[in-house]
Every structure is written in C-alpha cells, then in structure tokens.
Design a protein around this ligand. Structure first.
Ligand SMILES: Cc1cc2nc3c(=O)[nH]c(=O)nc-3n(C[C@H](O)[C@H](O)[C@H](O)COP(=O)(O)OP(=O)(O)OC[C@H]3O[C@@H](n4cnc5c(N)ncnc54)[C@H](O)[C@@H]3O)c2cc1C
Length: 452
C-alpha cells in the first residue's frame, strides 16, 4: 500500500486534465488480494477506483470519489498460453504489447494495438474497449476477449464467459458488457484473450496529399470500393512536422496530409489489394503513393504513427486530444469544420487518426500556462465533438466518457437511455462504490467524499 502524500501524486490523474488525490493506493498481486481489498472497502464504505497504467485520456482512473485506488501494476503475469486453441490467459496489469511478444514464438499475436500499447494494460484496454490502427479489419478489444474473471464491488469473485478452458458459456454476454464499462461495473482480475496468426504477407503504403480534405475523400473512396484494409490512418501536415522534428523523416516534408494504409493476407491477395488500393488513392487525389520496401521501413512508419502524441511535445507543452466518431461519408465535412474552429479560435490543431474507422483525434496543442487558454481549449474540444454528433457520429471511439464527456451525454442519450444505464450500474454495484463520479454512477454518496 502507498499512503505517503508525495507518492500518492502519481495516482491523481491519467492523461486527462482533472486531478483528485486518493486516500491510499493498493497494489495487489492476486485475485484474492483484490477481493479482500474490495470487501474491506465495502465494510468501511470506501470508494475504489481501478487503475492500469494511467494512460487513459478521459479521466477514467482519476479517483474523484477519494478512497482507494487499486492499481494492477503488480498483477502483470501471463498465466497461460494455449497455442492450439489460439488463446492466452493474462492478469489485468500485463502491458498490451507483452502479450504479442510472448505469443510471437507460436506465430500468434493479440490484434488490438492502441498507440499506447507499449504502456497501457490489458485491464485498461478491456475497461475502455480500446481500439488501434489495426482494428479496422479485425475489430476492437471486445472482439478479442473470450472470457474474464472479475471481482464485484462486494468482493465476490466470478467468471464471465468461457473461462478457463471451455467453449461459449450459457447466459448473457457479460464479457461484452464489462468490456467498455470504464471500471464502473467490476474489477477485472484475469482475461482470456483471443490470438490470431500473423498474415503471410503485408504491404504498407504511404499516400501523399495536398490537403486533409483530399486525404479524407480518398479514405471514403477506398472503403466505398469494398476494400477493408488492415489499417487506414490519416496524419496531417502539422503532425508530420512534429514527427520529422522527432527524427521520423520517412514522413515527407511539404505535404498537407498522408494516408498510411496497410493490407495483408495471403501473398497473392496482399499484392492484388495493394495494387487496387494504390489505383484508388491515385484516382482520388493522391500526389504519389509509396510502398514500404522493407520490414524496417514499415516498422519505422508505424513507430512514427504511434509516437505522434509524444512528438507533439516539439510543438507545444500541452495537448488536448478529441475522440469523436463520424460516418466515413462525412469525414471531409467534419475535418473542414475542425479547421474552421482552429482558425476562428486561433488554436493549433493537429490530426492523427483512424480515418478508416471515421474515428477522429483532432489534438489541440497549447500552453496551459497562458491565462484562460485551457478553458478556451476545452470549449473548442466540445465544439468539435458537437460537430461530430451533428454529423451523425458520437462522442467517443475508444477513449471513453470518463470525467471528460459526461456533460455531453445528453447530446447522444435520451433521459430514458441514461436511466437504463444507471439501473444496470446499480445491479452490479448497488452502493455505487466502484469508480464513483464516472458515467451513470449518480451523485457521490456524502460519506464517500471524505478523502480529499
Ligand atoms: C500516447 C497515447 C496513445 C493512445 N492511443 C490509443 C489508441 O490508439 N487507442 C485507444 O483505444 N486508446 C489509446 N490511448 C488511450 C489509453 O491508452 C487507453 O484508453 C488504454 O486502454 C488505457 O489503459 P491503461 O492501462 O492506461 O488504463 P488506465 O488509464 O489506468 O484506466 C483506464 C480505465 O480502465 C479502468 N481500469 C483499469 N484497470 C482495470 C481493471 N483491472 N478492472 C476494471 N477497470 C479497470 C480504470 O478505472 C479507468 O476507468 C492512448 C493514450 C496515450 C497516452
């Protein structure tokens, strides 16, 4: 346990702006210890906030209710690899990339690859239903979870889904329910993940464009042609500038946007699809389409893509990243609106996002030390999300609602919709003890708010 005030500071927030200090932090190593902590917390009416690596971007792991943070950094063991059945059982604190590294000798890997995959944990990925560049063709985290073990708010340990070795279990799709529940319904203590075999062949294309809009048009055209690449990412000129300053010079200077497109499958299929995608991109405005010639070149392109948020530090000390979703047919329109908001508010906004999924990440780059700028940045972020919703999209593709977007829930959910979600929360956690202050948790009970 950690209770020294200085050490608690590490656990006050994630990648979102809000902060709150817990009473203490517990670092359990086993399911039994998590269950004990939750039972004790229940007996003492203390809130509990689950925490993985704290890379979340919506304030999900921020302990606004005070009480205990229960962090999974010591629950970081891969419990079993089952190559014959293409699955592994892992503790929640295992870092995403470690699953693929450990299963690589069997020719297997875990598909969801958030750009934070070298730091974020499987427990955090499950709670946020994380996506990643390669989720376009294969689906997000929920499509790769077979079963899980959880501890309920009262300390009960229970298995959801086909845990540990069987086929599909009877009953409701509870792994599906808990995946994406943002740490509000149950504490995840073990996860059975689905593993896939690596494709025989991969082709990685980099298409250069003279505007973000042109790249948006080409994205829509690729998908409309019935091609679903393994990945289709858009990186704009501002982000390319930051990447080049950080040494990722495979991204060319002097272009306003690039699309990073990957196709894969059997050799003939990948080669044929790469040719088809190349033609579509050239027909729809690409100035040039480059093919990564070697595995090293491909790895450098992906390292750049996944380092973009860090590279923004070259341009400004702070960033505020949005996570709106739009129908792919409305991409160009919403990207133009984002540019208008940037111009009007005199804000620097960079775009690096999962274009194929219509999942935008306009990222406002700013200096939080400038008076009242943070408030303007938050308002601009809200306006961008509003544009996404008005275009028929939604508030979050992968970062979750957390603390950040609760004020906007009315834009997408009716009072009846929200009441149904709150009812569900109470079924799992009647005392509203797990991750209080988060969506559908209701107001904080008075005694819970005593730890500040
Ligand atoms: C540079 C960068 C790039 C990113 N790229 C992506 C991306 O491509 N795709 C994407 O989806 N996200 C991305 N993210 C956001 C973030 O990494 C993901 O949301 C990730 O899934 C969070 O994992 P974590 O271990 O850090 O969880 P935390 O931030 O610690 O927690 C996230 C939520 O999960 C809950 N939680 C954690 N562990 C458990 C558990 N064992 N049981 C129950 N609830 C739990 C917490 O209470 C909280 O609500 C990025 C973040 C950064 C900083």
């Amino acid at each position: 346990m950690i209770s020294r005030p200085g050490a608690l500071a590490t656990y006050e927030n994630d990648g979102f702006l809000a902060k709150a200090r817990p009473l203490a932090v517990c670092l359990p190593t086993s399911t039994a210890q998590v269950a004990n902590v939750l039972r004790l917390a229940a007996a003492h009416e203390l809130p509990v906030t689950p925490r993985g690596a704290g890379t979340g971007l919506s304030g999900g792991a921020t302990p606004v209710g005070g009480g205990l943070v229960v962090a999974t950094s010591r629950m970081n063991r891969i419990l079993e690899i089952d190559p014959e059945n293409h699955r592994a059982v892992v503790q929640p604190g295992v870092v995403n990339l470690e699953v693929s590294k450990a299963t690589e000798p069997h020719g297997l890997y875990f598909v969801p690859d958030p750009s934070s995959q070298s730091a974020s944990t499987i427990g955090g990925n499950v709670a946020e239903n994380a996506g990643g560049p390669h989720c376009l063709a294969y689906g997000v985290t929920t499509n790769h979870i077979l079963a899980m073990e959880v501890v309920l708010a009262d300390g009960t340990v229970t298995m959801l889904g086909a845990f540990p070795g069987g086929a599909d279990a009877p009953g409701y799709d509870l792994p599906g329910l808990v995946t994406g529940s943002e740490g509000n319904l149950a504490f995840v203590t073990a996860v059975t993940v689905r593993l896939l075999t690596r494709a025989e062949a991969v082709r990685t294309l980099l298409a250069l464009f003279s505007s973000v809009q042109a790249a948006g048009v080409a994205t829509t055209a690729v998908i409309a042609a019935g091609v679903v690449p393994a990945a289709l990412e858009l990186i704009d000129g501002t982000a390319i500038g930051a990447l080049r300053q950080s040494g990722f010079t495979d991204y060319p200077a002097g272009v306003e946007a690039v699309l990073l497109v990957e196709v894969e499958g059997l050799e003939e299929h990948a080669a044929g699809e790469a040719t088809q995608v190349r033609s579509i991109l050239l027909e729809h405005g690409a100035q040039e389409v480059r093919l990564a010639a070697t595995a090293t070149e491909r790895a450098r392109l992906w390292a750049g893509r996944k380092s973009a948020l860090g590279a923004f530090g070259r341009l400004a000390p702070n960033y505020y990243i949005q996570d709106g979703v739009v129908p792919r047919s409305r991409l160009v329109e919403v990207l133009t609106q984002v540019q208008e908001i940037a111009r009007r508010e005199q804000l620097l906004i960079a775009n690096v996002f999962h274009a194929g999924d219509g999942n935008l990440h306009p990222t406002i780059l700013y200096d939080a030390r400038r008076p009242r700028l943070t408030e303007r940045v938050i308002e601009a972020g809200a306006e961008i999300l509003r544009c996404c919703v008005e275009a028929g999209g939604t508030l979050s593709g992968e970062h979750g609602v957390g603390l950040e977007k609760q004020a906007y829930l009315d834009w997408v959910l009716s009072p009846a919709d929200q009441a149904a979600q709150r009812t569900l929360k109470r079924v799992f956690d009647p005392a509203l003890r797990l991750n209080p202050g988060k969506p559908f948790s209701g107001p904080l009970p008075a005694r819970m708010n005593r730890a500040q």
